[in-house]
Design a protein around this ligand. Structure first.
Ligand SMILES: Nc1ncnc2c1ncn2[C@@H]1O[C@H](COP(=O)(O)OP(=O)(O)OP(=O)(O)O)[C@@H](O)[C@H]1O
Length: 263
């Protein structure tokens, strides 16, 4: 369980980026959304100790982030940054994924076992000897997830995992997230992509100007006036509501609602 209690973060220049956030998450997919500058990244960086609270506290599986290093916390909360290609520096996919586990001081066999497991988890088996730069956008995103997974964290923070990806690559990332969720990981998804929220999230937390504006179900979230937060309802949901089919999360649910309704 990750627990955030009355969290305030004030940057050195005096900017109050978080103003009293309370939040809990377990093994679930939570979408963290909000307009630019609302505090999403600032909040996420508190969960693995990259930032420390100005006031309040963050407890990760019983560990207060004030009392633990980023290295310790990163074993529990993995952070996959936006534009992951900037973080690759090894000449092969295998070495890239092996880097983290090697630094944990694991034996060569254990490192190899973790690399194979992480690459399998993101469907990149067979890519071991490729250079990271030769991968497609979706493959790079999955490689970045594998690098973090190899540390075996229970929770994963994914920052805009589908931004800039075409539909097919996005789908492959979505499938990986579903699989990880099924294996008991908790996933915090920072995103502006409302289609992704509709498709994947189990809960939504909306930040606005450093405060929590909403925390609840996906259905309730999409009944808010999203324009107030610079966000747009997904097209699928707009169509579904217009034709009276109500809240659906996928095209197949929409078809089911229509077919069911006409019986
Ligand atoms: N190092 C810093 N020093 C001062 N202010 C900062 C710093 N980092 C972020 N901020 C400010 O804190 C506020 C919250 O920023 P943050 O990056 O957490 O927002 P965000 O919701 O992730 O935005 P985006 O959607 O644009 O990524 C913004 O006003 C930002 O300008």
């Amino acid at each position: 369980m990750i627990e955030v209690k009355n969290l305030w973060h004030i940057y050195e220049n005096g900017k109050e980026a978080l103003k009293g956030i309370d939040f809990k998450m377990g093994e679930e997919v939570v979408a963290l959304v909000g307009p630019n500058g609302s505090g999403k990244t600032t909040l996420a960086k508190h969960l693995n100790g990259l930032l420390k609270p100005t006031k309040g506290e963050v407890i990760v599986d019983g560990m207060n982030t004030m009392e633990h290093t980023v290295a310790e916390l990163s074993r529990v909360v993995g952070y996959v940054f936006q534009n992951p290609e900037h973080m690759f520096f090894e000449e092969s996919v295998f070495k890239e994924v092996a880097f983290g586990p090697k630094n944990l001081g694991l034996s060569e066999e254990e490192v190899e076992e973790r690399v194979r497991w992480a690459l399998r988890a993101v469907n990149l088996e067979g890519y071991e000897e490729r250079t990271p730069y030769s991968l497609s956008g979706g493959e790079k995103q999955r490689l970045a997830i594998a690098c973090v997974l190899a540390m075996k964290p229970k929770y994963l923070i994914l920052d805009e995992p589908t931004t800039g990806l075409d539909a097919r690559s996005s789908e492959s990332v979505v499938n990986v997230i579903r699989k990880l969720r099924g294996e008991g990981h908790g996933i915090l998804l920072i995103t502006h992509d409302m289609e992704l929220v509709l498709e994947l999230a189990e809960r939504v937390m909306l930040l606005n100007d450093g405060r929590k504006a909403f925390d609840g179900s996906v259905e309730e979230f999409f009944s808010l006036n999203l324009h107030d937060y610079g966000l747009e309802k997904p097209e699928l949901l707009r169509i579904s509501e217009k034709i009276g089919a109500g809240f659906v999360r996928s095209v197949s649910e929409l078809i089911e609602a229509l077919v069911g309704g006409s019986r």
